[in-house]
Design a protein around this ligand. Sequence first.
Ligand code: NAD
Ligand code: LMR
Length: 328
Amino acid sequence: MSKAPVRVTVSGAAGQIGYALLFRIASGQMLGADQPVILQLLEIPDEKAQKALGGVMMELEDCAFPLLAGMSAHGDPMTAFKDVDYALLVGARPRGPGMERRDLLSANAQIFTAQGKALNAVANRTVKTLVVGNPANTNAYIAMKSAPDLPAKNFTAMLRLDHNRALSQLAAKTGKAVGEIEKVCVWGNHSPTMYADYRFATVGGQSVKDMIHDDAWNRDVFLPTVGKRGAAIIEARGLSSAASAANAAIDHMHDWALGTNGKWVSMGIPSDGSYGIPEQTIFGFPVTCAGGEYQLVRDLPIDAFSQERINKTLAELEEEKAGVQHLL
Ligand code: NAD
Ligand code: LMR
């Protein structure tokens, strides 16, 4: 017997990430080849955006996806998030050349207050929420704080693109296949201060750190490359990453819903106070997922270099958080 459909809301559905994301959700790549989905697509009420969304929906129809059990267009979060099971909050302004993601805070913060309130009012109580719109960690914090009747653990931010970027750089450096590398994680904020950490990483049981054996490469090449990859893409494309961002969103939700079989992935989740990160700060951590829940990987040793990096990314997040307190 086929499963009952689940409701998936995507905001910013007519944007560039939306265009790379919706077809993959409807084809089953996010929630599995046996899981029908109903897409509730949110855009700004503006006529041009709604018209563009209508065009994307025509294309979705034209794919005749067997798993697409229904779809609707929305200009109001209160209808878009009604009874939703999975919410992907993508809609927000992207940065341009020369900007940092935190420069978007004032433009985007209000969006996440309104959407958090709408989720609080009308979403399924088990809704799994992923914030992609930048600055993703602080926007997720705003949405979580605006939804006091939903469990805080339902709100996450996307660190998976950084995680995947780190995996690819490590694969290139070691000459190993991406899929063979395990136990990489990215700590902190989705920003250049993020700390991509391969101290625990292994390939076929062998330590990646021992294979690389070059602290200068870590500090001077690996961390800046991963940390500034978003800016490098904006510089090259004139637009921010879209297909790789959509891919990371699919990976994040897929793993959260269907599990990681013990493998580590990185998610921005509300801290429970572990590793000295203040409670409820949305911070990138190593997690495993099983049974529809994520579990923090606990008790990892933190050396002096790592502590310094974690402190730096935390300080930036605390500053962003302080800047939005007036909205909460
Ligand atoms: P885009 O400009 O192409 O699309 C954004 C869409 O969101 C637009 O169609 C816009 O009309 C819509 N939108 C704006 N406000 C909205 C609202 N209140 N409700 C619903 N829709 C709204 O941008 P994009 O390239 O798709 O990027 C979207 C966001 O994702 C940006 O903030 C970008 O910086 C961020 N991003 C995050 C990551 C990450 O790893 N976390 C990666 C890439 C991009
Ligand atoms: C990315 O990392 O590619 C996105 O966050 C877009 C950006 O502004 O860098």
